[in-house]
Design a protein around this ligand. Structure first.
Ligand SMILES: *[C@@H]1O[C@H](CO)[C@@H](O)[C@H](O)[C@H]1NC(C)=O
Ligand SMILES: *[C@@H]1O[C@H](CO)[C@@H](O)[C@H](O)[C@H]1NC(C)=O
Ligand SMILES: *[C@@H]1O[C@H](CO)[C@@H](O)[C@H](O)[C@H]1NC(C)=O
Ligand SMILES: *[C@@H]1O[C@H](CO)[C@@H](O)[C@H](O)[C@H]1NC(C)=O
Length: 278
């Protein structure tokens, strides 16, 4: 009975097949291009652990290099990433929702830069969180600021005022305010940082180390890279670790069968295949 089962050709086939599957799965996750697998190897940067695709450093293979997710350095325990022309400090990363809290590096270092500018994220995969609040920083205003219910001053120079205002509440007065100030920039801040700021008395901006929230979709980013290499992207089995399959690479197997083997948990398949093969 036992030897009959062992010798039956289909069961040997199936057994060997699952054995190969079991051994290769932990190493490759069935990624067709092992370079893609390297994009998922984890690294730490300061306080933030287990960074993986879509984040990358210069030593990663070319296909991991996703604009907007490049880590330029770990500074003061925080990853610094380059998005377009601007550097941002990553304060917090939620691995499950793909939301990160980032702060402008120029304002982190110096709330009163020489030449304050508006910075926008110019990246198709990064979206501002709708819960961010908008503030406007007014720099170098004359002392004759129209009396305001809630001026939140901060000091850049001895003789000139700078202050910030909440766009939601004070936008209507911005015309007047701008007239008495050198320049103004709009800055986003996340909900909890905003609440923290509101709770301070007096509210102080000098030590501005606050970030705003940005969201992205890993599958969207990965699949775009995979598709541009004529691969087919597979996300159903594990959205946090999508795989890229190159059609035509699996001559011995039909692609559908190959994908089933890769992606569905192997154990139930073995159990189903067992009784059937007798
Ligand atoms: C990073 O990954 C390791 C190994 O999987 C895990 O033990 C650890 O809790 C993770 N750390 C964070 C911050 O997610
Ligand atoms: C504010 O005024 C100071 C002193 O005049 C100057 O050095 C600085 O560049 C000005 N800043 C802005 C943002 O205009
Ligand atoms: C920044 O953006 C605000 C709002 O769009 C605008 O009023 C302001 O002039 C801009 N500041 C600079 C320095 O471009
Ligand atoms: C805001 O930023 C803090 C870190 O400063 C982070 O812990 C928090 O999750 C972020 N998001 C919201 C919605 O507050």
């Amino acid at each position: 009975m036992n030897s009959q089962l062992l010798l039956s050709t289909p069961s040997i086939y199936i057994f060997t097949f699952f054995l190969i599957g079991l051994f290769s799965l932990p190493i490759s996750f069935c990624q067709d291009d092992e370079n893609f697998e390297q994009c998922f190897s984890r690294f730490d940067c300061g306080d933030i652990k287990n960074l993986t695709c879509a984040y990358w450093t210069d030593d990663r293979p070319q296909l991991c290099k996703q604009e907007g997710f490049r880590l330029t350095k770990c500074d003061d325990g925080k990853p610094v990433i380059l998005i377009g022309r601007y550097e941002f400090r990553m304060i917090y990363l939620n691995y499950f929702t793909y939301a990160m809290t980032i702060a402008r590096n120029d304002l982190w270092e110096k709330i009163c830069p020489e030449n304050p500018t508006n910075v926008t994220l110019d990246n198709p995969f990064l979206r501002y969180s709708p819960t961010n609040r908008y503030l406007t920083f007014f720099y170098n205003c004359s002392r004759s600021i129209p009396s305001s219910p809630n001026p939140n001053p901060f000091r850049c120079t001895e003789d000139l005022y700078s202050f910030y205002a909440d766009d939601l509440v004070e936008r209507a007065r911005y015309g007047d305010l701008s007239d008495s100030c050198d320049t103004a920039i709009q800055v986003q801040v996340n909900q909890s940082a905003f609440a923290e700021l509101q709770n301070q008395t007096p509210q102080r901006l000098e030590a501005w180390e606050k970030g705003f929230d940005v969201e992205y979709n890993l599958a969207e980013i990965f699949c775009s890279a995979c598709n541009s290499r004529r691969g087919k992207c597979e996300i159903l089995s594990s959205p946090e670790h999508p795989i890229c399959i190159y059609p035509g690479m699996h001559n011995l197997l039909t692609p559908l069968f190959f994908r089933l083997i890769c992606n569905i948990c192997i154990l139930p398949l073995v159990l189903i295949a067992g009784p059937n093969s007798q």
